[in-house]
Design a protein around this ligand. Structure first.
Ligand code: ATP
Ligand code: MG
Length: 548
């Protein structure tokens, strides 16, 4: 794997050298309100790899301070995702486990005259907040006494008030040029069941208050997050400077990762699932980690891709093809290369004995001898790809089968097509051919060069199989589509299903087995497979489908 090098790592090295920290401790803090997507992989890999580079540690912390959207289904899924990517957190924490300690810090701020209970409604508060160009105004409740604030805050906790009736706010500066510093809300009232805390709490801390404290409680040295938190950093520092914590953590931001043709917003992914446009979060077209896994993406390819995109303080959009390249690079020498015919047509070799089946040697991966070899069947009947045949050779560039043209069936014999049979609609139902026994693979035959090499699957041993092929879920942005909502830009051809055959060696294949179907692309076995009928997802084509 590529060596990671970025500005966060450089900062860590300096902090260690200057003795500002003894050990690097980072954390990945997802909200358990959705499945992780490939954008999250950047946050995961950055946090884990940077810490690992210095022998440090990384915690997984579920940021479950907002009870309205969270679910334990996501808690489990996120842990599975991390495991799949090959990362083991040092500790698994829940932000909600710190509710009591966070509450204590709020009391401390009240006592220091740095927090007050506000009665402004949400609407009023936003009027008082001011704008980017105008300062805000102080709330009329800003100067309540410490005693009154302590009393009201305790009663907020005790459930005496309705949602939205009161908030606890930090007393900072309503004229600050940074709106986040204009007396930010620290606590709000939400009467709702929490997935871990049950009904214990009806006041919940805001992210900007809870997060720095949680980082501090865990001794996080480098709190790395995406760029949208940039102008929250001053508040992060304010919270830690004023709450008498033992450990001061520091926040560092990195750019968000976007990939062409992939939409990663949680809202959009949820809509796709809820409106049944996809089969679920793990639909192989989804940019979720569970979707990519099912599609056949490997953790190594994802890691290499993420590292190759670098890390800086700007949001970046990377071409989907870079991800595809990373996959091909990873799978090229690892994947077995069995024969599969995705769009089959039957060939009858008229001069080959009826009823005879012979077995021929075939390397498992012609570029990697270490993967060994196997025997493949050959007989009078073989399937080839419909696209590998044309009745009349159109030009010199045609390097496949045609009537009167000889090709090599890879790892078997040369065959020449002699004629076709068609149904009443004119579709070819059978190709007649002859073979030359002298051209057997491995015999050293060198008298003629065939017109090309095509793959095949022997009919009597073939296993019927389903092949799913994918295109991007959303159509590319063009002049006509640029103002449309993503849901209006859905690609109607994002999934196509083909019925064909694979060779007998694929019997018993299990979900997530990876293959290169020789001339078709990389595929992975899907969980919808049965013993007699495997289903394969196309992970990536062999070559870039990019057209100029
Ligand atoms: P939301 O804002 O809807 O909660 P989120 O994508 O920020 O969505 P979190 O669960 O909070 O979701 O994300 C956990 C971490 O992953 C955060 O630190 C966030 O910055 C990071 N992250 C999410 N998406 C990306 C992305 N596309 N590129 C880089 N980091 C990301
Ligand atoms: Mg977030």
């Amino acid at each position: 794997m590529e060596e990671i090098s970025n500005y966060i790592k450089t900062l860590m090295a300096e902090d260690l050298k200057e003795g500002r920290v003894k050990e690097i401790i980072t954390r990945f803090p997802p909200e358990p309100n959705a499945y992780l997507h490939i954008g999250h992989a950047r946050a995961i890999i950055t946090n884990f790899e940077c810490a690992k580079a210095y022998g440090g540690k990384t915690n997984l912390r579920f940021d479950d301070t907002n009870p309205t959207k969270e679910d334990s289904e996501y808690v489990d899924a996120i842990q599975e995702d991390l495991k799949w990517l090959g990362y083991t957190p040092n500790h698994v924490f829940f932000g909600s486990d710190y509710f009591e300690a966070t509450y204590e810090k709020a009391i401390l701020l009240i006592k220091k005259g740095l927090a007050y209970v506000d009665d402004l409604t949400q609407e009023e508060a936003s009027k008082y907040r001011g704008t980017l160009t105008e300062p805000g105004k102080n709330s009329p409740y800003r100067n309540r006494s410490v005693e009154e604030n302590l009393d009201l805050f305790a009663r907020m906790r005790a459930g005496e008030f309705k949602d939205g009736e009161k908030t606890l706010r930090a007393k900072i500066d309503m004229a600050s040029p940074n709106i986040n510093m204009r007396d930010p809300i620290l606590y709000r009232i939400i009467h709702m069941h929490h997935h871990r805390q049950g009904d214990k709490w009806c006041i919940y801390p805001m992210y900007d208050f809870a997060h720095p404290l949680q980082d501090s409680f865990e001794g996080i040295t480098h709190s790395c997050c995406s760029l949208e938190f940039d102008n929250h950093r001053v508040l992060y520092d304010w919270v830690l400077a004023n709450t008498e914590v033992e450990h001061i953590s520091h926040q560092y931001e990195f750019g968000r990762l976007n990939i062409t043709g992939m939409v990663m917003s949680k809202r959009y992914l949820r809509t796709l699932v809820d409106t049944k446009k996809v089969s679920g979060y793990d639909d192989p077209r989804m940019p979720t980690l569970v979707g990519l896994k099912r599609r056949g993406f490997t953790p190594e390819a994802i890691k290499n891709f993420i590292l190759s995109t670098g890390l800086s303080r700007v949001n970046s959009t990377v071409d989907y093809q870079a991800l595809e390249e990373a996959l091909r690079d990873d799978l090229k020498l690892k994947a077995l290369r069995p024969n599969a015919v995705v769009n089959p047509v039957l060939v009858q070799i008229d001069n080959y004995p009826e009823g005879q089946v012979e077995y021929l040697d075939c390397p498992n991966n012609s570029e990697n001898e270490e993967l060994g070899s196997r025997k493949i069947a050959f007989s009078r009947y073989v399937y080839i790809e419909r696209d590998d045949f044309i009745e009349e050779k159109p030009n010199k560039k045609w390097k496949r089968l045609a009537i009167g043209v000889e090709v090599r069936l890879m790892h078997a014999y040369f065959i020449t097509a002699t004629g076709v049979e068609k149904d009443k609609d004119g579709n070819i139902t059978l190709i007649h051919a002859t073979y030359d026994p002298a051209t057997r693979s491995g015999s050293g035959f060198a008298e003629r060069k065939p017109n090309g090499n095509i793959h095949f699957v022997e009919k009597t041993t073939a296993i019927p199989a389903t092949f799913r092929q994918f295109e991007a879920l959303i159509l590319p942005e063009t002049e006509e589509t640029k103002d449309l909502d993503f849901m209006e830009r859905l690609n109607p051809n994002s999934l196509s299903v083909k019925e064909g055959f694979v060779e007998a060696s694929l019997k018993g294949t299990k979900p997530l087995d990876h293959f290169q179907f020789v001339r078709n692309g990389y595929y992975a076995t899907d969980k919808d497979s049965t013993d007699d009928h495997p289903v394969f997802n196309c992970t990536v084509s062999l070559k870039s489908s990019f057209k100029l």
